[in-house]
Design a protein around this ligand. Structure first.
Ligand code: ADP
Ligand code: ASP
Ligand code: MG
Length: 438
């Protein structure tokens, strides 16, 4: 059994949806998880912002007109017998968004509006498979993907419900929405931007799939971010831990939470290119590549550094516990940490609770805050008994000021902190000096 997920570009036009249908058939996908057509969620987010501001309606109408044109073109080029039904469905969705905008009730309306992209795209694609004569059934993800008060997915319920819903004939193709779910209050919600990958991983784990395939617009995980760096190349095999680390530290191709459910059940994850289905892509499994020292690098922006200076740390114990408790109390995860005898520096990627955290940290020492930083994380197989590894890394970044370094926490990665305006430069330098030259 396979679960296949297709991202926004993969379902971004009638032409691409035809490619997706061929892949779904060829792979015999049990469950196909779809994002919204590319650009839809961004437009819906803009509509939500405009609705919240209660400004003039014209910009909202412009966004709706853009969506209407995009979906009408797709439907007219893709469908025949279901064309009118799909157009009606689209017009109904746009009308409902208009109503929700005029009766805007904050986050509830926001989440419902944002879900419309996935709902509409998955319906259009299901009609298309049916027109091709395939047995295709559309499943409503919020009916089986539930989150609790802490936004955690109820995997037990997912397994129970999905096994019943997908118990039909073996030749039925189940199509559903990624990204969206229902929350503890029973309202439509979502798993966060880019969350369709995570939806697919959870569904794969729930049905005990043999494989989860993430289909996108690039030939697998590259060694570096192709949006910023020239001469990147795809990596053919990668371990779960490496992929998880890269996704967490900014490799946009995968939502950061995707790997864990598949790792837990040892389900391989394939990253494939919809535009070039025969290209090998990347296979992520438990197998480690111990041949090469450095496999890939990723970067995560929006990092805030908190430095705590305190002579009370000197020769003392229990100081770090007090620091960590403050972050725990404010539900703020720490990404990087470096310590010396009289100072500790921590990084966080969400400063929602920064003021409250700093107020409490002030009791422990002198606090400094630095915003607009980027963590650059290199993953690989770094054997700490080998000489010269750290030297090679440092040489590759010699032209850029490094603010923090975290090395040795595992043999798998090294993380460095730089000011965000150095991101492109450091990624390119690492590519040229550490990867291409190897
Ligand atoms: P989808 O809409 O299919 O989910 P995304 O835009 O979320 O696609 O992810 C694919 C994009 O991720 C690629 O087009 C590429 O620009 C970007 N990306 C960033 N880092 C990497 C990387 N290390 N390897 C491959 N793609 C990457
Ligand atoms: N459509 C959603 C987004 O753009 C979810 C996804 O694509 O994974 O964030
Ligand atoms: Mg994505």
């Amino acid at each position: 059994m396979k679960v296949l997920k297709f991202g926004g570009t993969s379902v971004g036009s009638a032409e691409n949806m035809r490619k997706v249908a061929l892949i779904v058939k060829r792979e015999g996908a049990k469950i196909t998880v779809l994002s919204a057509m590319s650009g839809t969620t961004d437009a819906l987010v803009r509509i939500v912002k405009l609705a919240g501001k209660k400004g003039p309606l014209d910009p909202i109408e412009e966004e709706l007109a853009m969506l209407s044109e995009k979906y009408t073109t797709c439907i007219e080029n893709l469908l025949r017998s279901h064309k009118e039904t799909a157009l009606d469905r689209m017009n109904e969705a746009l009308k409902t968004i208009r109503r929700e905008v005029s009766d805007f009730r904050g986050s509830v309306s926001e989440r419902i509006i944002i879900a419309r992209g996935e709902l509409l795209t998955s319906a259009i694609f299901t009609y298309y498979l049916q027109e091709l004569g395939m047995k295709a059934e559309l499943l409503h993800a919020p009916g089986f993907m539930h989150t609790d008060g802490e936004s955690k997915v109820d995997t037990g319920l997912l397994k129970e419900k999905l096994s019943v819903l997908t118990a039909g004939d073996a030749d039925t193709y189940y199509i559903t929405q990624g990204f969206i779910c229902s929350n503890a209050s029973g309202e439509i919600d979502n798993l966060g931007r880019g969350g369709s990958d995570y939806s697919a991983a959870l569904m794969g784990a729930a049905i005990g799939a043999g494989e989860v395939q993430i289909w996108t617009d690039i030939d697998g995980m590259h060694n570096n971010d192709p949006r910023f760096v020239e001469n990147t190349y795809p990596i053919r095999r990668m371990s779960f831990d490496e992929a998880a680390e890269l996704a967490y530290f900014g490799a946009k191709i995968l939502h950061p939470a995707t790997i864990q459910p598949c790792k837990d059940q040892d389900i391989p994850v394939l990253l494939k290119n919809t535009m070039d289905p025969d290209a090998p892509g990347t296979t992520i499994s438990h197998e480690e590549d111990t041949q090469r020292d450095f496999h890939a690098v990723a970067a995560k922006d929006g990092i805030t550094v908190i430095r705590i200076y305190s002579t009370r740390m000197l020769m003392a114990y229990g100081f770090l516990r007090k620091v960590f408790e403050i972050f725990e109390e404010h539900k703020t995860p720490i990404d990087m940490i470096t310590t010396s005898e009289v100072a500790v520096s921590l990084t966080i990627d969400s400063d929602c609770h920064l003021d409250a955290i700093v107020r409490e940290l002030n009791a422990l020492g002198t606090i400094e805050i630095e915003r607009n930083n980027t963590i650059v994380c290199i993953v690989g197989h770094m054997d700490h008994t080998q000489t010269g590894l750290a030297a090679r890394i440092m040489e590759s970044v010699a032209g850029v000021p490094i603010k923090m370094i975290s090395y040795g926490a595992s043999h798998r990665s090294i993380a460095m902190l730089v000011e965000t305006h150095y991101k492109k430069e450091i990624l390119q330098s690492i590519n040229d000096k550490l990867f291409i030259r190897c």
